[in-house]
Every structure is written in C-alpha cells, then in structure tokens.
Design a protein around this ligand. Sequence first.
Ligand code: ADP
Ligand code: MG
Length: 686
Amino acid sequence: MRPERLNLLFAEADTLEGVGPKLRKPLDKLGLTRIRDLAYHLPDRFVTRRAIENLDEGSEGEQIVVALTPIEHRAPRNNRGPYRVLAQDAPGNVCALTYFGRASYTAKKLLPVGEKRWVAGRLDRYGDMLQIVHPDHVEQEGGAALGTLVEPVYPLAEGLTQPKVTGLARQALERVPDLPEWIEPGVMAKHGWPAWRDALVLAHRAPHAEARDRLAYDELFANSLALMLVKAANRRKRGQPLRGDGSLRDRLRLPFPLTGAQSRSISEIEGDLAQGAPMLRLLQGDVGAGKTIVALEAMLVAVEAGAQAALLAPTEILARQHYETLRELAAATGVQIALLTGRDKGKARESILMGLVDGSIDLVVGTHAIFQESVAYRNLGLVVIDEQHRFGVSQRLMLTRKGKLTPHTLAMTATPIPRTLTLAQYGEMEVSRLDEMPPGRKPIVTRVVALDRIEDVVSGIARHLETGQQAFWVCPMVHENEREDLAAAEARFAALKARFGDAVVLVHGQQKPEVKDAAMERFVSGEAKLMVATTVIEVGVDVPNATLVIVEQAEHFGLAQLHQLRGRVGRGSQQAVCLLLRSPAISETARRRLALMRETQDGFRIAEEDLELRGAGEILGTRQSGDSPFRIAQPEQIKHLLPIAHDDARLLVDRDGGLSGERGEAARLLLYLFERDWGVQLLRGG
Ligand code: ADP
Ligand code: MG
C-alpha cells in the first residue's frame, strides 16, 4: 500500500484545472497521467528572448519578441504544405509565420489580418524570406514583457502548447508536498543539492544543474536501492548447493569445442550453483554467441546433483525450438526432457505434470505455463530464463518462488546493454558475458538504402527468394495511433502479396495468438518465404534459411533493436544481408546512427553509442528493450551519478536493511515515488 502522504502526487492529472477529455490524449502520449508525472515533466531547455522593434535588429536563429501585423493568409497548395501568415513590423519588413499540420487552425484564429500581435519565437530564414515556425506565443497585449523572461521549453505532443504545459506544471508543483530527506546529508552538502521539493521547483524555473542532478540521483538511487533489496533478500534465502560429478556432461557429444567465453561462463555458473545461497546470474551475449549450450551445461549440473531444471522461453515457438535443440544435443546423456506450454491439454499435460512431481522428468522447457500454480516439482534446482528482457524484475521475482528451497536462477539476454546500464537493469545479479563469437561466422552485409529505391529492393527480394532463401520485412511502429501502423504494415503486406502471392505471411502484435503462431510456423517450416512483421517478431527463433532482413523506416528504430533485428539472419552458412530502408529526409543524428550499424556488429559497442546518440524523443513508439529504464536521468548523469547512487544504496542497505530508521523510512517513500515498490514488498516478506 502506497503511503498516504503520496496520495496527492498520484492523483490523476485531470484533477487539475483545465484538463478535460481533449487534453487527456496528448498528456497520455507523454506519459503524463498523474500529478507526479507532470511535476517530473522537466523542460528540455530554457529560452531567453529579446524584445525588438524592428525585424532587422534580430539575427537568424535568435529568440525574439516583436510586434507584427498580419497582412495575408496563405493556405497550402496541397495538404502537406505549411500554412503561412505574412506579417509586417512597424517599418514594413515582412516575415512569414509558418504552421504545419493542425496548428494552422490556431493560426487562423490568432492572427486576424490587420490586427497587431506580439509574436515570440525563433527568427529564421526561408529562402529569401524571414520566418518564424510555430511561434511560441501570439499575444494581444503585454508582449514586451515576454522579452524579459527566461522561459521553459517542454517536450510537447500534438494538441499541447508551451503555455498550456507551463500552466499545468505550475499547478502540479503547487500540490507537491514536502517529503523527508532520503539522501545522506554529507552527499547533499558535497554536491550542493537542494531539498527534493525545492529541486523540482528550481528545475522548472531555470537552468539549474544541481537541482537536475539531485532529481536524477533520486531516480538512480531508487533503482539501485530496489535492486539491492532484491539481492539482500535473495542472500537470506535458502537454496540447495548443486555439485555435479560431470557424469552427464561427459556424455555430451558437442560438434564443436566451446569458446573461451563459454567455458568461462560455465565455470562461473558452476561456482554459484555450489553455494548455499541461490544463484542470481545474468548471461549476456549477442544473438548467436552460443547461450544455449551454456544453459544446457548448467542444467546438466543440476540434474547430476539430483535436482530438476526448467528453461523458460517468452514464446511457444521459441520454447519448442529450444526443446528440439536440447533433445538433440543431450540425446546421448539419457536425461528426460519435456515440453510444457499453454497449448498442452488433457492427458498429455497430465502425464508431464506427473513426471515433474515424481521426478521422472529431469528437464522441462516451456513458456510461463511451467510456473503456474498447478505445476509442482519434485525438486526444482535451477531455473533458466531465456530472453530475460521480456520479463521485468517483479516477474523475475515471481518465477523463482517455486519449491521450499529457492531455485538457482540463470537469466539470459541477447539485448545489448551499455555497461553503465547493466548495473541499473540487472544490479541485483552477477553477470557473465559471452563477448566472443563462435569461430567462422561471416559478417552480415549491412546497407542503408533510401526508401525511394523500394522497387529495386523488391526486385532484389524476388531474386533472393528464387535461390530458395527466405527474408524478413520489418515495419516500424511509430504512430501515436497503433491502427495507423497496422494499416501501414498491412498495406505493405498486401503490396508484397500482390507480387509474391502465398509465399508471404504477416505477423503482428494485435493478432490472435493462434493466428500469429500459425503464420510464424509457416515461415519457420520454410513453407512461407517472406515474413512481413511489425517489431514484435520473435526473438531468438532460428530460421537458418532466412538470410535477408529489410527494415523499413530504419531511422525510427533504436540501434539496439536494429542490431537484434539484424541478428535474425546470418545463422546459417550463407551470406546474410541487412537492408536499412530510410525515409528520404532524416536528421543528422539518425544518419549517424544508421552509419554506425554499417560500421560495426559488436552489440556492446552499439549499445554504448546508442545511449549517446539517441536524441530525446527522436525515436518514436514504445520503449524498447535495451533502453534506459530512466526517465529523468540523462546519459551523462547516469554515467557519473549511477556509481555514486549504487554505493549509497548499498551503504543504506548494509546499515538499515529493513529500511526502518529515519532515512530508511524516507527511502521507502522514494521507492514508491519511482514505482520501485516491489523493493518494499520484499521487505515485508522478510
Ligand atoms: P544464442 O546465444 O543466440 O542463443 P545459440 O545458442 O542459439 O546462440 O547458438 C547459435 C549457433 O551457434 C547454434 O547453431 C550453435 O550450435 C552454434 N554454436 C554454439 N557454440 C558454438 C561453438 N563454440 N562453436 C561453434 N558453434 C557454436
Ligand atoms: Mg538463444
């Protein structure tokens, strides 16, 4: 239960004055649903404006305030063009006030011809004409005062204006209560940080590095603290030491020697399994790095020690594929392996459940069905979670609550995460890294192609499919309205189907599971040759014959995600190709990001640079795996404040593990504030 003193902060945003159904949509889009969110919706930057009397006094790129009189409205010739209002200053210099999209309605109302208005915005040049694009303010009176203010510039969504957000933020701040301090006084003093409430107020008012850092630190500290509590709770749990005698592993006949990184990871895992406290370890490695073998070896250790092991996959298809791979690899060992998914019903399911209870099944592979209430194990010693990032920390916690003794956990992920963020996302775990690829992999050829060459690309696909190989076509999810995206993916599907007929399948997140699985299976089995998918295409599923991946509007994807999509091909012996189709006009940063994809295939490097290169708001759509879990803390702040926050959190947990002292109590509030309250719940569980 959230402490009462936070209730005001968690009240809905529409309890604020002036928030009706119309504002709800843009606010939701920005994630601003509660007072707390608005209080934390910090300005991107601030502008200082200069009031000028004559347009000649302003320089290009300068923020100005000037009195202008509209002389003519120019509607666009087609519906893509901007709406322009020509306006002149006192001496008669003309400037265009330019509006795109729906903003033109506002222009019509705000700028009647012949009536003087104070206009504030950035003075630019368009051809040989001066212009202000989307003025920040258009006022009838008192405009000169605008020239003396430092104004916040907030991230916006369509349907919101700067003054509107400024007003809402101000109202929200008025409701923010004082809270007891959770930061160590020494740390506060050393950095010169203001108290929490003051920091919020200051951060909205003007550029204020200390206030910003303090708020970022809070977020980082909350995260570290929650993970630390998980780690501490785990250490208090009783697990069973598992020591294998090697008898099963000796019988494994692998068709290749292990890489150094694989051997190292396996010994790290063996070391953990032998301990009394349950293992919590993350195995990180690019797609194709060979995580499955490592998982198998770990599971065999458990079986050798007389326990059972479970492998959890995020999807049915992936579970099935793992099951088949493991059966083949482990055939010579004689271990009993079963597959259990939500699809199994009746007798077949009963017999698997029996086998798990009586211990005749050593190793079970499945979806979350393997952790349902009704599934009991004789002695579950190890849980392996594949594609870990699909599961949040709170889910991770649930999964390991089977059995009297807590099973050891090995989590695996192919999502490259920058080093700085590993601590933040998996701080409660030890990490093993497969930073070495099995030998003999051919690099994937990566090309960036402009979307207007789509005809060539389609002809290329035709040639590709003729050789008997398969391909993925990935469409982005970029609109605020998911339907538009589906419409786009469906249109693409229809177009490709017109060309390639039944060889094309469509897979997206809104399909019924049966429909989606059926389409996936047609592709995995090789019956279908081309899969059109939104970004949801299954992680980790092996289609050795798929050697071409095309990503449409690649500039909308995060690098980590592009890297994963690319990893979908290039698993067989054939040369694999990745085509990044970009829109005709993309930003400088977007261009650099795509260029980086061409330059390297090192997932860890890509993850590092992604964090740096990602302009706020540049990448649309929902949060992506591998993203920063932070909303307040920026990359720079994460880099220098996260290690400090992490140490401070450890100190607090060491001193007051129950968070019952004065600072501990305050820190509990912080955990709720940043919705890391699963940390608090662990405390209660003991
Ligand atoms: P991922 O890390 O993506 O789960 P997999 O475990 O599926 O990777 O391995 C990818 C491919 O590489 C598989 O075909 C596997 O048999 C092969 N492989 C794994 N380890 C080695 C190795 N040491 N040498 C050669 N091939 C390997
Ligand atoms: Mg895998």
